[in-house]
Design a protein around this ligand. Structure first.
Ligand SMILES: Nc1ncnc2c1ncn2[C@@H]1O[C@H](COP(=O)(O)OP(=O)(O)O)[C@@H](O)[C@H]1O
Ligand SMILES: [Mg+2]
Length: 247
């Protein structure tokens, strides 16, 4: 579903992504983990076509997106949903209007049909009956759910998440993780999740990739990563890397 090949990107002469190669299979959940500043968000931004690499290829469902014209890229973007850390809700819109936003922007569907879809999506994330509330009236965990409902509004084949657990307490985080897993499986979605939260990573992942200083150190199943012989991977997973470099 997603192929990243020999991706290289430098900012101001510094290599932030250094020969990154990664494959994500249809329907699987790939977790990209790594410490602060290792290039996780930059990698995700490349895969969604927001940043162009210096070198390398990115294939999404059979299309090489490098150098793609904006209108072709926008067509491809319809296939995926995004839940970014900064992907905040529009505070002036109700919960339902937030979820309806991509449908109004990108489709010709009637108000009635959009209403039905929005209700379905809110139901899927456990927010039945909350559509009329404003973001200021709901909790952080509920806001994440709304973001999730919005990310799946267009029935995406792929959903990208950048630190979906940011700012959540451990209990709410575990609930959101479960929701991500349930939705992905129920809807057959291919997911790419960036996180530095090891608990989340192991709850969510079918496979995981460890990124460090712009390089992929290892890719494997949770079991394989747990048994990693790679010192950095072992230390990171077991919490032996200082907290300040993990956030
Ligand atoms: N647009 C940019 N210009 C210059 N440097 C950037 C830019 N975006 C990211 N960086 C740098 O690239 C490195 C990786 O950033 P990022 O991908 O955001 O890391 P992560 O998401 O893993 O914390 C950081 O050192 C960051 O400062
Ligand atoms: Mg980041």
């Amino acid at each position: 579903m997603i192929t990243v090949k020999n991706l290289v990107k430098s900012f101001k002469g510094r290599r932030v992504l250094d020969d990154v190669t990664l494959e994500v299979k249809r329907g699987e959940t790939m977790v990209i983990m790594g410490g602060s500043g290792c290039g996780k968000s930059t990698l995700l931004q490349h895969i969604v076509g927001a940043i162009q690499p210096d070198e390398g290829e990115i294939w999404l469902d059979g299309t090489n997106i490098i150098g793609l014209k904006e209108d072709r890229m926008n067509e491809i973007r319809r296939k995926f949903g995004i839940l970014f850390q900064s992907g905040a809700l529009f505070n002036s819109m109700t919960v339902a209007e937030n979820v309806a936003f991509p449908l109004k922007e990108h489709t010709e569907l009637s108000e009635e049909v959009i209403d039905i879809i929005v209700k379905m999506k809110l139901d899927l994330v456990g927010l039945k009956g909350f559509g009329h509330l404003m973001p200021s009236e709901i909790s952080g965990g509920m806001k994440k759910r709304v973001g999730l409902a919005r990310a799946i509004a267009m029935d995406p084949q792929i959903v990208f998440y950048d630190e979906p657990g940011a700012g959540l307490d451990p209990i709410v985080l575990a609930i959101i993780d479960k929701l991500i897993v349930d939705l992905s499986k129920k809807l057959g979605i291919t997911s790419v999740v960036v996180t530095h939260e090891m608990g989340s990573a192991f709850r969510i992942a079918d496979r995981m990739a460890m990124l460090h200083e712009g390089k992929i150190l290892q890719i494997g199943t949770p079991e394989e990563m747990k048994n990693s012989k790679h010192e950095y991977v072992h230390n990171f997973i077991n919490g032996l890397i200082p907290e300040e470099s993990r956030t």
